[in-house]
Ligand binder design. Structure first.
Ligand code: ADP
Ligand code: GLC
Length: 487
């Protein structure tokens, strides 16, 4: 099969979150199963500086809008691990410092930027190769299924292509004013409640979810959750209406990047059989965070996260003093919403010998935390999959998580009587329940033998992409079979 991936971020080119890890790892695994995969990404300024002098596959692809045309260059990124990369160039839209907007916000022309990207990809494939399946991700590429089933439905080549949309996070929908319909040259008949209209907005994710042939999301639990009002952010009706075509496929981990036995970004390597290196990693982490005075018997709790309300740090700020009353130190890395950044900064200022915070994006430091911390904290209000808790398992850093979405699917509660389980989780989203889980982890930490068993239980888990890639291939086959058939 031929598959085109269209994504707004992808490791190693441009990343703000887990979508980039997925788009970076999955294509090569699908190639290994015998398929041909091409990845399209916008050519952001940071990608331009990585690529150097562009080599064009196509000089000019026309994308019409209501009052003007825009033109895309298609830059050939070459083949890596069997995957062909193309970058969609349009300096006016993509040569900007951020992917989506300043400080967690949005650029005002994001509808145009990502609709342009989608349509440029479709036009480019007509020359460079139309796939059997377009695999699109989140709202930014949600217009591909919409275009395929509307303005391109009579196109002799594109009309045969199927599409699959993966919802990585249903809370981000790409909602724009109704006039977007005309700006994108779509017929007004798509602006209805059963198509792209949602609360009088033109909604990219809704459009993608309505028009794609198959839908996936990134864990089984989240596939169930998004069909409920609590987690569906208004799209629960759309998703549950298409439940027969929805699959929950847990993300894998790229163990070439995240493995304490081989990781070059950490102070010492270690394995489940020989954990001695982890001690050096802990010392290195404490030095990097200016926490050298922390006693060997005090557990270090790590956090690496986008600082968004999704991630549950309101619970941590609620517990601020109570947590300080415990014997634990905190190493926090993240950027995002100013209020959450502000809470962590002031917490660290008040308790400098116990809490240290780095407000930035820093991949090397993320690896140091995964390796050097004893406990990894992820109290997310909701979490479609979550990758950091899975990295933590591999690094013997015991996760404490809220039992939601992928966090619930990947972490089993430690059972001290039969010594099974890989972490600690709390069911009800409230501060007392989080504190309960943290207290269970701190109590277990004191028992060296139990703790080592718990660490090893996690380290022996394998969330490889091979399994997930095989499930995606099944979904592609279903999409091809179902394309155009009524539900
Ligand atoms: P989400 O996609 O919702 O942000 P995930 O857990 O799926 O959550 O993925 C987050 C990814 O982003 C991980 O690879 C994590 O290491 C990385 N990450 C998040 N914030 C930072 C940061 N400040 N510095 C380095 N890496 C970060
Ligand atoms: C989203 C989700 C996260 C998931 C990632 C990759 O950003 O918030 O839970 O792991 O996508 O699928």
């Amino acid at each position: 099969m031929r598959i085109v991936f269209a994504a707004s971020e992808c490791v190693p080119f441009a990343k703000t979150g887990g979508l980039a890890d997925v788009a970076g790892a999955l294509p090569a695994k699908v190639v290994r199963l015998g398929h041909k995969v091409t990845v399209y990404l916008p050519l952001y300024s940071r990608v331009r500086s990585l690529l150097g002098e562009p080599s064009y596959a196509l000089r000019s692809v026309t994308v019409p809008f209501r009052y003007y045309n825009r033109f895309a260059g298609i830059v050939d990124g070459g083949i890596r691990a069997g995957v062909q990369y193309y970058f969609v160039e349009c300096p006016e839209l993509f040569d900007r410092p951020e992917l989506y907007g300043p400080a967690g916000g949005d650029y005002p022309d994001n509808a145009e930027r990502f609709a342009f990207f989608c349509r440029a990809v479709l036009e480019a494939t007509k020359i460079l190769g139309v796939p059997d399946v377009f695999h699109v991700h989140d709202w930014q590429t949600g217009m591909i299924p919409v275009y395929l089933k509307t303005v391109y439905s009579a196109d002799p080549v594109l009309s045969h292509a199927a599409s699959v949309i993966t919802i990585h996070n249903i809370a981000y929908q790409g909602a724009f004013p109704p006039v977007t319909t005309e700006d994108l040259l779509l017929p007004w008949e798509v602006f209805t409640m059963d198509r792209v209209e949602q609360f009088d907005c033109f909604n990219f994710l809704k459009g993608g979810s309505v028009f794609a042939d198959m839908l996936t999301t990134v864990s089984r639990k989240y596939a169930e959750e998004i069909q409920t009002p609590e987690f569906g952010w208004g799209l629960e009706g759309v998703v549950s209406g298409r439940a027969a075509r929805l699959r929950g496929i847990l993300n894998g981990v790229d163990y070439d990047q995240w493995n304490p036995a081989t990781d070059r970004l950490i102070a010492a390597n270690y394995t489940p059989q020989d954990l001695t290196g982890k001690r050096a990693c802990r010392r290195d982490l404490l030095t990097a965070f200016g926490l050298d005075q922390v006693a060997d018997t005090t557990p270090v709790i790590g956090i690496v996260s986008r600082l968004a309300s999704q991630k549950g740090f309101d619970l941590v700020s609620h517990l601020g003093e109570e947590l300080i009353a415990r014997d634990a130190a905190f190493a926090v890395l993240g950027t995002g919403e100013p209020a959450i950044e502000g809470f962590f900064r002031s917490w660290a200022e008040r308790y400098p010998d116990r809490v240290s915070v780095r407000i930035r994006y820093d991949d090397a430091l993320a690896h140091k935390i995964e390796a050097g911390a004893d406990i990894f904290l992820m109290p997310s209000r909701y979490e479609p999959c979550g990758l950091n808790q899975i990295y933590s398992l591999k690094y013997g850093t015991v996760p404490v998580v809220h039992a939601t979405g992928g966090l619930d699917d990947t972490i089993d509660e430690w059972n001290p009587s039969n010594r099974t389980g890989s972490g600690f989780k709390f069911a009800v989203y409230d501060p007392a329940a989080l504190l309960g889980a943290i207290d269970r982890s701190l109590a277990t930490f004191k028992n060296k033998i139990a703790w080592q068993i718990l660490m090893r239980n996690g380290m022996e888990h394998n969330f490889s992409w091979e399994t997930a890639a095989a499930e995606y291939v099944k979904v592609y086959e279903e999409a091809v079979e179902l394309a155009g058939t009524p539900e």
